[in-house]
Design a protein around this ligand. Structure first.
Ligand SMILES: Cc1cc2nc3c(=O)[nH]c(=O)nc-3n(C[C@H](O)[C@H](O)[C@H](O)COP(=O)(O)O)c2cc1C
Length: 473
């Protein structure tokens, strides 16, 4: 791959719906890599439809979907021209399992298609999509949907995406593919897999697809080396993410130590040796606190191509974050009162997760304690082998009694927050729980939020173009 054809700035994938298509499109139009988040796009799509799809963007993209019957069935089931009535809960779809019915997968293919199609509409810039390896069950139909819309890059963090390169190769030819399905408590000899066959979903002439470039997000040399050497297909480069980045962070290596605020402590062992990484001969981008002028040159001095930036883009006008939340955080930044914590227990994944202290969000103990636990989106459910040999699904943020009944421990549930519902609330699609109660948000950002004031210079808002001009200055 020619280094000079690669973007120097990657706008980081920010789930759920923060790096939505308007942001990725704006960045791609400016010649950098715009990335949509691929997390929970199926529920995001049907919530946008239930809220009336103001402007008609979602429906315009659906018209371009190669299977019109899937698009029309989705409209029939979910579109509400007048939106929802006050306090009316969103309709849900069944949570993912190892095997789901055909419509469930079709909806996922469609939702990923729509997001990428809109991000790519009307220009020749490059668009990527970001997934979390830990969320395994919707991955193959999601990749296929994004590829039907011509996605240029797939980025994947939070896990070991060893079999994704091979899956991309197969899907580009519309061939069946499968990835390993990690089931807790299952012996090595009973490996489970997730299967997906694109030809089950489309009849007739299939559109020609290109194989997107694949960039795993790594936080250690060992993972990069393993992926470069042992993945089942070509890896096209890496995003190297440090523990000050927004979103989930890799856990510290070695024995876990917490500081007085209960945050995991990172040390020397958690830094990636970039010289050693460079020896793998693949391009790389540096992420985590690189949202400042001069950082592209710094990365290039270390042998990299450029940077991946999240936090700075998360609060720009084009990002999907709910306007009220954006404004609240920018006000806190301006006053120098914003706080970011690395929460050790908040995420059900067990990975450290950066949170921004915002009143009335789940960082507020009272809001967290009064929320009635419910698990109805289920992206972070972990499959486990039940005593009867079948596969069950559980999440430590689900109701405690349910989790215990599934063999989980009480300790595992402590402090866990339902990221699925909170992150949908962050982007203006909070579920209604009756009596005027709505799911509360939970914001994430990197430590770079603390210096966003320098960039703001008194402004109340800014655009993706402002961010790119700043980073290139
Ligand atoms: C609001 C927000 C949400 C994020 N969500 C994800 C995600 O879903 N998947 C992912 O791989 N990275 C996620 N990230 C990390 C970004 O893609 C990017 O790597 C990171 O923000 C770079 O560091 P910075 O925040 O210091 O700029 C998120 C970051 C932010 C700020």
């Amino acid at each position: 791959m020619e280094v000079d054809t690669l973007p120097v700035i990657i706008q980081g994938g920010m789930g759920i719906g923060v790096s939505s298509w308007p942001l990725a499109r704006a960045v791609a139009q400016l010649g950098q890599l715009g990335v949509v988040s691929g997390v929970a796009l199926d529920n995001l799509l049907i919530r946008r439809l239930q809220d009336g799809d103001a402007g008609g963007d979602v429906r315009r993209a659906m018209e371009a979907f190669p299977s019109p019957s899937v698009a029309s069935e989705t409209l029939r089931r979910f579109f509400k021209p007048e939106g929802r009535a006050e306090g009316e809960p969103y309709v849900l779809v069944p949570m993912y399992r190892q095997v789901v019915d055909s419509f469930r997968n079709q909806l996922t293919i469609l939702a990923n298609f729509v997001e990428v199609w809109l991000a790519k509409e009307g220009h020749d810039g490059k668009v990527g999509i970001n997934f979390l390896s830990k969320i395994q069950m919707p991955t193959l139909p999601s990749l296929y949907g994004a590829m039907l819309a011509g996605v240029d890059y797939v980025l994947m963090g939070a896990g070991i995406p060893r079999e994704i390169p091979g899956a991309l190769d197969s899907l580009a030819k519309h061939e069946p593919s499968s990835i390993r399905f990690d089931v807790q408590g299952a012996g090595e000899e009973e490996e489970e897999r997730l299967h997906f066959d694109p030809r089950e979903f489309f009849e007739g002439l299939l559109p020609q697809l290109k194989r997107p470039k694949f960039l795993p997000i790594i936080a250690s040399n060992s993972l990069a080396t393993m992926l470069a050497r042992k993945a089942n297909g070509h890896v096209d480069g890496f995003v190297v993410e440090s523990p000050i980045a927004g979103g989930h962070n890799a856990p510290p290596r070695g024995e876990k130590r917490l500081n007085e605020l209960g945050e995991p402590v990172y040390g020397e062992r958690d830094t990636v040796d970039l010289k050693k990484l460079g020896k793998l001969g693949l391009p790389f981008w540096l992420a985590g606190g690189t949202g400042h002028p001069g950082q592209i040159e710094e990365a290039q001095k270390e042998g990299g191509v450029g940077i991946q930036v999240g936090t700075l883009f998360a609060y720009c006008r084009e990002s999907g974050l709910f306007e009220g939340l954006k404004r609240t955080v920018l006000e806190l930044c301006k006053k120098g009162e914003v706080e970011v914590r690395t929460a050790d227990r908040a995420s059900p994944t067990g990975f450290p997760f950066k949170t921004v202290e915002v009143e009335s969000s789940l960082t507020c103990p009272e809001t967290y304690e009064t929320r009635k636990r419910v698990c109805d989106l289920g992206y972070l459910r972990v499959p486990f082998r039940m005593a009867n040999g079948r596969i069950g699904y559980r999440c430590p943020a689900e109701p405690v009694r349910t989790f215990l009944a599934k063999g989980g421990s009480e300790e595992e549930t402590q402090g866990r927050k339902c990221l699925c519902n909170a992150l949908l609330a962050n982007v203006g699609h909070a579920q209604s729980r009756g009596n005027g109660i709505e799911e509360a948000p939970l914001l994430t950002s990197g430590d770079g939020l603390l210096t966003l004031r320098d960039f703001l210079q008194g402004r109340d808002s800014y655009s993706a173009r402002d961010v790119i001009d700043y980073l290139l200055s």
